[in-house]
Design a protein around this ligand. Structure first.
Ligand code: GAL
Length: 837
């Protein structure tokens, strides 16, 4: 009896539970907004978000990246949608692998996070052609991003396709999914006044808003950087390094920051940009001090521009961005941890910030105190906007010292819970370690094969002919980096000339009668350049074959799509020693897009190609050469990279997966900002204000990410290189990315923790003698004891991944550890000695 009653009771509960779960699955999260914030299920919310672009990593990496974002205190993940990746040919779609966008959103949902869907579909993003498919150019009457049917039809077709995919998978909040906001267009406000067609531009942006709203997605639509002529049915938002002084265009809508740039992108001719954790935290705290309610880090994880996806021209394969998660998905410390701390303080004040009354009080120049008050609670921000002056500010009887360019947050207006310039998180330096699976044999054994250039040298097998020099994007529909231009001329007797070619970029190789006679590429940001090479013609028919290569298409600016590439218009001339020119510009030119190897898909490494054995000599500095080697996957789980130093310019594949373009021979420029780093003052990525650049004068990118999922454990993996310009593969090696030294500082009495992450053990800890106060630094837990730096000895840890101890009763000597000093480069701040393996 008891049993029966028990079981029906149980069944009743199960039924109730199922109903509850079903109701939850159906979800119906409502999203609206008012002047203070997004309103989710009736609650005003502070939303912290971060951009992760799904094609810039692999599906295998997504759960970990998203998990780390959540642990870093984020509520939401923001991503663009990559039109030319999804629709590489008109009406032929790709939603596989790292383009499986629904799977990406499901991962966000599984992690219990929100999502921001930025459809664009023009996206900028340092992505090839700003995400727009080059085949759009084939459609008659097409005008990009203006009010015209050809463009709007295509844009609507693609937007609808994406919306329907999301709807079919119940991804919108009102369907129980994670998406709480959707974006149409991207920063149109930055260019609309420069398109020489104000009316069409205005009609277009209003059409975008109407088309988006017609999609019935049940969540608000946003437009970023659209401050004038803002359609009434979208929320305008801010992008930039700082958005505290920006406000939306009208009352009744919240203050949203869609792109807080956590660093900057990199080009082949540029060093690495770094934006300090202090400055990002300053910007975020200022934003919330000034009524912000949703902010997104662009990027939270930058990742990799695999294949031909990088834009530019000249954006590197790495899109690391100096983001809180590095290119490989490791925590970038102290940025990640410092922001995490900030997030938890902001969240603790959420209710007061979105409901409270606020008062701003200026305490003289550059110092503002803001008090938010709700019922009996209050929360305060104090900012010091001086970039060179620390200040004392007295609030309600207590005096607080604020370092220059910093914000203090006091969740109760009494105690400082966070100051943007005081970093308590450890600084970690990641290092590249040799492939331990191959310790006995560091250098790879290569075989090689020449690229077959002959079809374009002397015979006439082009796709078509034209008596003019054509633009490359339109001619090749951007299906390849390469476009051949070939012509011939009859010459009486022998003759010496200079071949002169004027091209709009990005690289050019010139062959005469099958022989490479010259090459050149764009430099210093000037994409128009000339090639001038001496050439000897023979009696009779001579062939001139010019190979033009692009290195990522432009992605930004008014009419960016019209920036030409290739030898468009030329001129191409043969100039004799008297200066007399034979102008070949209007000769009959034969065209062919792509190299022979692209048609034969050599990168798939199918059997049947004649590779020259690895016992013979491997050619060095030989242009247009394929190299192949096998290697064992590095053991463990650390990220894997391939060091391509010694090579010149080309493309690398691992097991058929395209790692992207490589160009380690390109040296990053020395720029203003190379040798100084000070977090204080407004950060700039361009112009005089640039700062904190590293890698100046070094190869702009020597390491290329090989995601673990590209590798087969324990089996021979194939590394294939197409070396276009001539290089030396003998130094190429696989490496893993592991924690190197880490360092931390604390104020007197702080508990200090060091951790290596990724399952690595602490090996030894050095503590500067000056920081070893009278009471001594006592380890409280851990594998490694702190050691006085004077002893200098290293001690093996017992395999624990964390070391924790309490700082002495007095503060460490100034300069003992990083972050204490605003103006020191990272390397100076590290305590000497290796802390971790
Ligand atoms: C913004 C743009 C982004 C990205 C960023 C710089 O202007 O909206 O897509 O290009 O600049 O990384």
């Amino acid at each position: 009896m008891m049993g029966r009653r028990g079981s029906s009771w149980c069944r009743w509960w199960v039924a109730l539970l199922v109903l509850a779960v079903a109701a939850d699955a159906v979800g119906c999260t409502s999203v609206s907004y008012d002047d203070r914030s997004l309103v989710i299920d009736g609650q005003r919310r502070i939303i912290l978000s971060g951009s992760i672009h799904y094609p810039r990593s692999t599906p295998e990496m997504w759960p970990d990246l998203i998990k780390k974002a959540k642990e870093g205190g984020l509520d939401a993940i923001e991503t663009y949608i990559f039109w030319n990746g999804h629709e590489p040919h008109r009406r032929q779609y790709n939603f596989e692998g790292n383009y499986d966008v629904v799977r990406f959103f499901k991962e966000i949902q599984n992690a219990g996070m929100y999502a921001i869907l930025r459809i664009g579909p023009y996206i900028c993003g340092e992505w090839n052609y700003g995400g727009l498919p080059a085949w759009l150019r084939d459609i008659p009457g097409m005008q990009f991003r203006l009010h015209n049917e050809p463009f709007e039809n295509e844009m609507e077709t693609f937007t609808t396709l994406i919306v329907n995919k999301m709807k079919d998978s119940k991804m919108f909040a009102e369907q129980g999914g994670p998406i709480i906001l959707a974006q149409i267009e991207n920063e149109y406000g930055n260019i609309m006044g420069k398109l020489n067609n104000n009316q069409s531009a205005s009609e277009y942006i209003h059409w975008c808003a109407d088309m988006a709203n017609k999609q019935n997605v049940g969540v608000p639509w946003i437009m970023c950087q659209q401050d004038d002529d803002v359609p009434h049915n979208v929320v305008n938002t801010c992008n930039g390094f700082y958005c505290h002084d920006w406000f939306p265009n009208r009352t009744g809508i919240p203050k949203i920051w869609t792109e807080n740039w956590t660093g900057w992108f990199k080009a082949w001719d540029k060093p690495d940009f770094h934006r300090s954790a202090e400055d990002i935290a300053f910007a975020v705290a200022m934003f919330f001090q000034k009524r912000g309610s949703l902010q997104n880090y662009y990027m939270y994880h930058g990742g990799t521009n695999f294949g031909r996806t990088s834009g530019g021209p000249y954006i590197t394969t790495s899109y690391d961005y100096d983001a809180p998660l590095d290119e490989y998905g490791n925590l970038r410390q102290p940025k990640y941890g410092h922001l995490k701390e900030l997030h938890s303080v902001l969240k603790s004040m959420e209710k007061t910030l979105v409901h409270g009354e606020y008062f701003d009080t200026n305490y003289g120049d550059n110092i503002t105190v803001t008090k938010y008050t709700l019922d009996s609670s209050s929360a305060c921000f104090i900012n010091n906007r001086f970039d060179d002056k620390d200040v004392n500010v007295t609030l309600d009887g207590a005096t607080h010292l604020l370092p220059a360019w910093s914000v203090s947050i006091l969740p109760d207006c009494k105690t400082v819970a966070f100051n943007s310039a005081k970093i308590k998180t450890q600084t970690s330096v990641m290092v590249k370690k040799p492939n331990t699976a191959e310790q006995e044999q560091e250098s790879l054994k290569w075989s090689w094969m020449p690229e077959n250039l002959s079809p374009f040298m002397t015979d006439e097998k082009g796709n078509f002919r034209k008596n003019e020099l054509l633009e490359q994007i339109v001619t090749s529909t951007d299906q390849s980096d390469y476009l051949w231009y070939r012509t011939s001329l009859n010459h009486k007797g022998e003759g010496s000339y200079k071949l002169y070619v004027n091209t709009t970029g990005h690289e050019l190789y010139a062959f005469v009668n099958g022989k490479l006679i010259g090459k050149n590429h764009s430099a210093d940001g000037d994409f128009v350049f000339q090639l001038e090479s001496p050439v000897k013609l023979h009696d009779g028919k001579n062939y001139i074959s010019l190979l033009s290569a692009t290195v990522g298409l432009k992605n930004y600016g008014p009419s960016f799509e019209k920036m030409p590439t290739g030898i468009v218009g030329g001129p191409v001339k043969l100039i004799d020693s008297n200066g007399t020119a034979i102008d070949l510009s209007n000769s009959s030119w034969s065209y062919k897009a792509g190299l022979a190897s692209e048609y034969r898909q050599i990168h798939l490494d199918k059997p049947g190609y004649k590779w020259n054995g690895n016992n013979g000599t491997i050619p060095i500095n030989r242009p247009f050469t394929w190299y192949k080697a096998t290697f064992e996957a590095p053991s463990g789980e650390d990220a894997v990279v391939v060091d391509l130093l010694g090579l010149n310019k080309g493309v690398a594949w691992v097991n058929g997966n395209n790692l992207g373009r490589y160009w380690p021979s390109y040296t990053a420029a020395e720029m203003a900002g190379c040798h100084r780093c000070d977090y204080r003052g407004a950060f700039q990525a361009e112009g005089d204000g640039t700062r904190c650049l590293t890698g100046c004068g070094e190869p702009s990118q020597r390491y290329y990410h090989v995601p673990r999922s590209f590798l087969a454990a324990g089996e021979p993996n194939t590394l294939l290189l197409f070396e276009e310009a001539g290089g030396d593969p003998s130094g190429v090696a696989l490496r893993t990315v592991v924690p190197g030294p880490v360092c931390t500082s604390g104020e007197a009495g702080d508990a200090v923790t060091l951790s290596c992450g990724g399952g690595h053990a602490v090996s030894s800890v050095d503590v500067p003698a000056s920081a070893w106060g009278a009471g001594g630094a006592a380890p409280t837990r851990a594998g490694a004891s702190p050691r006085r730096r004077t002893r200098r000895s290293r001690r093996r840890a017992s395999g624990r991944s964390r070391a924790r101890w309490r700082s002495p009763a007095r503060s460490p000597a100034p300069g003992a550890c990083p972050a204490c000093s605003p103006s020191r480069p990272l390397a100076d701040c590290l305590w000497s000695g290796h802390v971790f393996d």
